[in-house]
Ligand binder design. Structure first.
Ligand SMILES: [Zn+2]
Ligand SMILES: [Zn+2]
Length: 202
């Protein structure tokens, strides 16, 4: 399959031909339909944030179609539309049970510590794949797994209650998600604050 990979920090990504990954008994193989470009990817390429082992396929905002399922997988079938959690975790520790899987000791991020979504296929545990409703495009499903999820987490941390007023500072990708999510979470007034007038026009 074709994959766009970071071969060396500080250098452009390279299109490479690599084998389609082997599907383990608990895994799914996903044919990728959309993969977001996150600012973190620019950091990895520039060496600001560690990424290994190289060469590595970047991309941690991924959605696609289930192409193959491992023999133990009961929750997904071939053809399912899915979006992918960017952390592969154990699913058994206290943090995974608590919904704080970012603290799981075995957490490994796709597109940073294992191959990610800038490729034709990705293989990962079935528990990392979530069904994507028909009416949500793959592109939106992909970014929901990083930028929109980050905004959602931040809003939850504010303990926002229905009827309250929210100001979102910086209306880029995350901020745009935050504006919509704040409204969906019941905020009565949502102020979008930015120094760039073209961003505010959107
Ligand atoms: Zn991201
Ligand atoms: Zn865990």
């Amino acid at each position: 399959m074709r994959a766009v990979r970071l071969v060396k920090v500080g250098y452009p990504l390279q299109l490479q031909e690599i084998p389609i990954p082997e599907v383990g008994v608990d895994d799914v193989l996903v044919r990728i339909k959309a993969a977001g470009i996150c600012h973190s990817d620019a950091h990895y390429r520039a060496g600001v944030s560690p990424v290994h082992p190289l060469p590595l396929t970047l991309g941690h905002e991924v959605a696609g179609l289930v192409e193959q399922v491992g023999s133990n997988v009961r929750t997904l079938t071939v053809g399912d539309r899915v979006c992918l959690h960017y952390l592969v975790t154990c699913g058994e520790c206290v943090y995974c049970h608590r919904g704080s899987e970012q603290f799981c000791a075995s957490a490994s991020m796709i597109g940073k510590y294992r191959d990610g979504g800038y490729a034709e296929y990705i293989c990962l545990p079935a528990r990392s794949a979530f069904k994507l409703p028909e009416d949500i495009p793959f592109e939106q499903g992909a970014i929901m797994m990083c930028s929109a999820a980050t905004s959602y987490h931040a809003l939850r941390k504010t303990r926002l209650k229905s009827g309250e007023t929210v100001a979102i500072f910086g209306v880029g990708g995350l901020g745009m998600s935050a504006v919509q999510l704040a409204r969906a979470m019941g905020a009565l007034d949502v102020f979008a604050v930015d120094i760039n007038p073209t961003t505010l026009d959107v």
